[in-house]
Design a binder for this molecule. Structure first.
Ligand code: ZN
Length: 284
């Protein structure tokens, strides 16, 4: 029976579907999800993310982190913009003026308000290693890090700057226990939290499928897409690592949404993020 299941799972992954769970296996043991405000940013030219469209249009992005309470422990997905930016209420300009970053309330303070210490985080993942996602990564040194092999090589190899990464923000993770992935991964083995390989924005970009007890299935986009219009029009930012992979990942996400009857939460879509309950209010 076990061999059969392994074969079925292998076959399912080959044809690109998520493994179906056998009857009786537990699903949805995520107890709670908290959306944290991990900063925001603004640009004077949205067309950087949608080449040929929205030229010269000013835009505001949200930046979210997600704290997941699972029966097996706390998991953090994304760590947002560095808490150090909170000391500059006027914001910090990055990328030759491309973006101004703000942090209104630190991640550490939001975790403290929930009674969670950084060392309580046992499971850690990031959609990718750009600075607005790993800004506070160095706080979580006792967690198991889940990362695609391709992202690991880009972030911890000899040329992180080539991928637009700043190792100072995450160098302490070198000593963390790490699970290197080459594709999807069921984090707790019960189907409640599944990392989806969605490369393109960076070499090893990943998204997260959550199955919540009341809310149902949600896919956390990472930067597979930055705002709704780009999702609807399937537009890819010019600076992405691979346009071809990016487009394939958007289609992959679309098929997961359909298969799971899931809702897409776009990390940087401020309009959508503003509608979500934020910590300390839990989402079940
Ligand atoms: Zn981002």
């Amino acid at each position: 029976m076990k061999t059969l299941r392994i074969l079925l799972v292998a076959a399912a992954s080959l044809i690109g579907f998520l493994p179906a769970l056998a009857a009786g296996e537990g699903r949805g043991t995520v107890q709670k999800l908290y959306v944290l405000d991990c900063g925001d940013s603004e640009t004077k030219d949205l067309s950087i993310w949608s080449p040929g469209y929205n030229v010269g249009k000013a835009w505001k992005f949200s930046d979210s982190c997600y704290l997941i309470r699972h029966a097996q422990g706390w998991m953090l997905w994304e760590s947002g913009i560095s808490d150090a930016i909170a000391e500059k209420p006027e914001g910090v300009v990055v990328g030759n003026g491309m973006l101004t970053l703000y942090v209104r309330k630190t991640l550490q303070a939001q975790l403290r308000d929930l009674g969670v210490a950084p060392t309580d985080i046992a499971y850690l993942g990031f959609s990718h290693f750009h600075g607005d996602h790993v800004g506070n990564a160095n706080l979580f040194t006792s967690a198991m890090l889940f990362i695609q092999q391709a992202e690991y090589d880009a972030a911890f190899g000899p040329e992180p700057a080539k991928a637009g990464f700043n190792p100072a923000l995450y160098e302490k993770l070198r000593a963390n226990p790490v699970t290197r992935l080459q594709g999807d991964h069921d984090v707790f083995g019960d189907g409640s939290v599944t990392i989806l390989s969605t490369p393109g924005h960076t070499p090893g970009h990943q998204s997260l499928l959550l199955r919540l007890p009341k809310t149902g299935a949600i896919v956390l986009s990472g930067d597979a897409v930055h705002f709704r219009e780009n999702w609807e029009q399937r537009r890819v930012p010019a600076r992405n690592f691979s346009k071809e992979q990016s487009l394939a990942s958007l289609e992959r996400i679309a098929s997961v949404l359909e298969q799971e009857n899931a809702t897409l939460w776009i990390n940087h879509d401020k309009e959508q993020t503003d509608t979500l309950p934020h910590a300390p209010e839990p989402i079940e």
